[in-house]
Ligand binder design. Structure first.
Ligand SMILES: *Cc1c(COP(=O)(O)O)cnc(C)c1O
Length: 434
């Protein structure tokens, strides 16, 4: 693949330069709002794992404490009299979550976990017929998504060997080309019921051209959904305008809402009022006006919009951290985060590309518009030993077998100086292994 280096020449390798970028960073004070793991004991760790589990913001304790207080002091009355009444708790995120993913307020809901939401969306939007029954998915695919998709195929009586189509990068390349997805659709588009794609690929960090995927899917009559696990809070999204049928994401990666946090779900407005859509129902998806009529009204009346896909009453203690998390994203705004992110990750790429050692290859696209925070570094020699050596130097990234190390400098709490330190440690390892 072409090695255009859009960022080289703009940066300098010195430590002073890294410090000057931090000094000029309008978001530099955000870091203080977060708990940085291990920073109390000696050697400062470098946390580049916000793509896996985002850090805890200090004000999370307060929002959880508030719910504990309401529970302690109000008991069941917390449903209507709590500071944020539990009965309508999910509605608190209508506006903030919509802004985060570029949706209209009724199009999003925070509920369940990502994979569960993916299943619920497939219940409604994967409606195979004898002729059109295949699912097209992009690769390399996150295991949970593959398991979910295969089990849905099997649930409908199809054999994944036949009915699952995975678009993979070409031999010798690491990332996907949209023309290859188009070619698959040209060939078997009339058999494909659903195109499911990652917004940002978990392995390579490649950003998908989501508007182009939606128009391709439309052209071939397929339903289209996105998994935004690595995209939400990482890159700007315009879900309403792009127009996928649905999207799902988790809130514990870039959104810092805590381990196993309640996830997000988007259902496009054009489906929001469609009560004929197949769905798995539960009382929380019912019209709130009649929800408590219980046995008096046994027929499910879905409420309009994404909220009509809720099933159970939400885990308030799991939802609470989203209040502080989304408040941060709302206050700082995706445009400012994205501006810093492109600079931060571009700087990391510049420092890696200057290393004479050819053991490292960044497989994430070079163009800032085609990637988010994460760089995936393919190490051709002794990748596991390299990763262990990085860990010993207190670098928190992760290793994806067989040979890829993922690091994600996050604009909310990582610094340019950390990127500089990381690059130096990586360069030292390179000299050792060459
Ligand atoms: C993180 C991630 C998941 C995790 O699924 P959960 O249901 O939240 O456990 C699923 N898919 C992708 C692509 C992910 O990156």
């Amino acid at each position: 693949m072409s090695k255009t280096e859009p960022s080289s020449g703009r940066h300098e390798p010195s430590e002073e330069y890294a410090l000057s970028l931090d000094a000029a960073d309008p978001l530099c004070s955000e870091r203080e709002r977060f708990c940085i793991p291990g920073s109390t004991k000696g050697d400062q760790p470098i946390y580049f794992c916000g793509n896996s589990l985002g850090l805890m913001s200090k004000d999370v304790r307060q929002v959880i404490d508030q719910e504990l207080k309401d529970w302690a002091e109000l008991g069941v009355d917390g449903h209507f009299e709590g500071k944020t009444p539990w009965y309508s708790y999910h509605e608190v995120f209508r506006e903030t979550a919509a802004r985060l993913v570029g949706a209209k307020p009724g199009e999003v809901v925070m509920m369940n976990s990502l994979t569960i939401n993916l299943h619920l969306m497939m219940v409604s939007f994967y409606r195979p017929t004898k002729q059109r029954y295949k699912i097209l998915i992009d690769g390399p695919t996150f295991p949970s998504d593959i398991y979910a998709v295969k089990s849905q195929l099997q649930h409908h009586g199809f054999d994944p060997e036949d009915a699952l189509v995975v678009a993979m990068p070409r031999t010798g390349e690491h990332t996907l080309r949209i023309e290859d997805i188009e070619a698959i659709l040209e060939h078997q588009g009339e058999q494909i019921a659903l195109l499911m794609a990652a917004g940002v690929n978990f392995f390579t960090g490649q950003v998908a051209d989501m508007p182009a995927l939606v128009s391709l899917a439309r052209r071939f009559g397929c339903v289209v959904g996105f998994d935004l696990a690595h995209a939400a809070g990482n890159i700007p999204l315009q879900l309403h305008d792009w127009g996928p049928d649905f999207a799902v994401w988790c809130n514990y990666k870039y959104l810092n809402s805590g381990p196993g946090a309640v996830a997000g779900c988007f259902v496009h407005e054009r489906h929001g009022q469609n009560s004929a859509l197949n769905r798995f129902a539960g009382w929380w998806g019912n019209d709130p006006e009649t929800r408590f009529k219980m046995h008096l009204l046994p027929d499910f009346v879905p409420q309009a919009g994404a909220e009509g896909w809720q099933i159970s009453n939400p885990p308030i203690l799991g939802l609470a951290p989203l209040q502080s998390s989304l408040a941060i994203f709302d206050r700082v705004g995706m445009p400012a985060l994205r501006t810093k992110s492109e600079l931060l990750t571009g700087y990391l790429q510049y420092l890696i590309q200057r290393m004479p050692n050819r053991n490292y290859e960044v497989i994430t696209p070079n163009q800032p518009s085609e990637r988010g925070c994460q760089l995936s570094i393919l190490a051709s020699q002794d990748p596991e030993q390299l990763f262990e050596a990085l860990q010993a130097r207190r670098i928190v990234g992760d290793f994806r077998r067989p040979n890829v190390i993922r690091v994600a400098p996050v604009p909310l709490y990582n610094t340019f100086h950390e990127v500089w330190r990381f690059a130096n440690i990586l360069a030292e390892q390179a000299t050792k292994s060459s």
